[in-house]
Design a protein around this ligand. Structure first.
Ligand code: C2O
Ligand code: CU
Ligand code: CU
Length: 487
């Protein structure tokens, strides 16, 4: 008993030492050890604003558990994850991405409408020691995007070890609204994922699900948020797990945006499902909460329908985990003092998006989810990903309707590069209000057919393809990915 008290004291001391050294922006606030019932301060990634960005991916370590530190990856000296890049619509940006790993990597700008050679997919390989410097104009609307490795068959491993980061795009229309936007104060990026650890504390890169929930790479995370409307930019960067997110007192919150930016008007709800690759921006009103009171952001994953990733009942093995089919905490929130520029009400109108309809469509195609039988990998249209195969050819400026058919075994998260699409139909019934905006990733549950419409404009390239794939990185690595060219 005495010994454990001494260890705890040393740990507390080391935590204090680290928070005293926090002034340098690019070093991370790492060493926190989880003991059940205790919380660790949420890591809020440092932000970089401008038009010239430098990212360096390197090996790191992070103390997730008692005992050995865990081998991780991080950008710009962070022990897990990377800085948040803040960009303005209309800007021409240049990013220097340096790869200090001993392995190849790529960096993809998830959700961006940019030329295929700048996209950072499996073809834009950055060799160990090399630097890749894409440049492009920011054409997307204000919203929450992210960057992550996309090296074929290594996406799972590199993402699981911590490689990834947020991108926040700003534009004049969003800036004109009275919304919380003080980064790290009332505007918080939150990336959720889970990890399983091997006995030597290294990250397991074999199964579908992790056993320990990480919020921005922090286990058992807590944060103090001001007594007012706060904006949470939620990203599911899981390998495979979905989350049905709500607050512990079941209060309602407002969804203001999804993958491609703001919705036309806020949606009030007490639950939102978010699948790997998807983003949802929510506003939570803490204005009526007592100072120093607490509330938890949680995943209500108990009793989801079969095919919902993470609903499987097993607690171990390839398709089991300690978090499966359970309700669990994502973030412990303490209510702190109101800030000077507090947002105290919600705008009733947010954007004026005009979406594509069937009447606009110039070409249609169907993509079937196949494979997965008897332990085989999932595929699209019975084709395993081929580095040199072109699976779809699209005419520049086509407005295409894609019908994704899933009559096969399990649910998937379907992502298309280059475009933001409109989900126009789900065979199970209506399209969710939370996914009513522009989207680049859509959940396709088992037994469902989903129809989306997108315009493939601005960028053509007869040689360099864009990707479409399942955003479960284990499925993607296994070949559930196709290539399209726009010409
Ligand atoms: Cu988030 Cu093809 O990726
Ligand atoms: Cu993408
Ligand atoms: Cu999948």
């Amino acid at each position: 008993m005495k010994l454990s008290k001494i260890i705890l004291g040393c740990l507390l001391l080391s935590i204090i030492t680290i928070s005293c050294n926090k002034s340098s922006q690019t070093t991370s606030t790492a060493a926190t050890v989880t003991t059940s019932g205790e919380y660790n301060d949420l890591f809020v990634p440092p932000s970089i604003t401008g038009t010239n960005f430098n990212l360096t991916l390197a090996k790191a370590t992070k103390q997730f558990k008692t005992g050995a530190a865990t081998a991780t990856y991080g950008y710009n000296g962070n022990s897990f994850w990377g800085p948040t890049l803040i960009m303005n619509q209309g800007d021409d940006v240049k990013i220097n991405v340096t790869n200090n790993l001993t392995d190849q990597t790529t960096v993809h700008w998830h959700g961006f409408h940019i030329p295929a050679v700048m996209d950072g997919g499996p073809h834009q390989i950055i060799d160990a020691g090399g630097t890749w410097s894409p440049n492009f104009k920011i054409k997307n609307n204000a919203g929450t995007f992210w960057y992550h490795p996309h090296l074929h068959m290594k996406t799972y491993e590199q993402l699981a070890k911590g490689a990834g980061g947020f991108i926040i795009i700003k534009d004049p229309a969003e800036s004109a609204l009275a919304l919380p936007r003080t980064y790290g104060t009332d505007d918080i990026p939150l990336v959720f994922s889970s990890r399983r650890f091997n006995t030597d504390n290294s990250i397991d890169i074999s199964g579908a699900y992790g056993d320990y929930l990480l919020a921005n790479g922090t286990m058992n995370a807590q944060v103090t948020l001001p007594k007012q409307y706060v904006r949470l930019r939620l990203l599911n960067a899981e390998i495979e797990r979905g989350y049905d997110i709500g607050l512990s007192d079941n209060r309602t919150f407002s969804i203001i945006g999804n993958d491609g930016g703001l919705l036309n008007a806020p949606i009030t709800t007490n639950r939102v499902k978010i699948m790997p690759g998807e983003r949802v921006e929510i506003l939570v009103n803490l204005g009526n909460d007592a100072l120093a009171s607490t509330i938890d952001l949680k995943a209500y994953n108990t009793g989801q329908k079969f095919g919902f990733p993470g609903a499987e009942p097993a607690t171990a093995g390839d398709f089991g985990s300690l978090l499966n089919n359970k309700d669990f905490n994502l973030l412990h929130i303490k209510v702190g003092a109101t800030t000077a520029s507090a947002i105290t009400s919600l705008p009733s109108k947010l954007a004026s998006n005009v979406y594509w309809t069937n009447a606009d469509v110039t070409n249609s195609r169907t993509i079937n989810i196949t494979g997965g039988q008897a332990g085989a990998a999932f595929t699209f249209d019975n084709n395993t990903y081929g580095f040199t195969s072109i699976n779809q050819t699209i005419k520049l400026d086509a407005i295409e309707k894609w019908t994704i058919v899933n009559n096969n075994i399990f649910g998937h998260s379907f992502h298309v590069h280059d475009v933001q699409f409109k989900i126009i139909a789900r065979s199970s019934g209506t399209v969710g209000e939370h996914e009513s905006g522009w989207k680049d990733t859509v959940y396709v549950p088992l037994g469902e057919t989903v129809t989306v419409i997108a315009k493939f404009d601005d960028f053509s390239d007869a040689v360099n393809p864009y990707m479409y794939h399942c955003h479960f990185s284990n499925h993607e690595d296994g070949g559930m990915m196709g290539q399209f060219i726009v010409k």
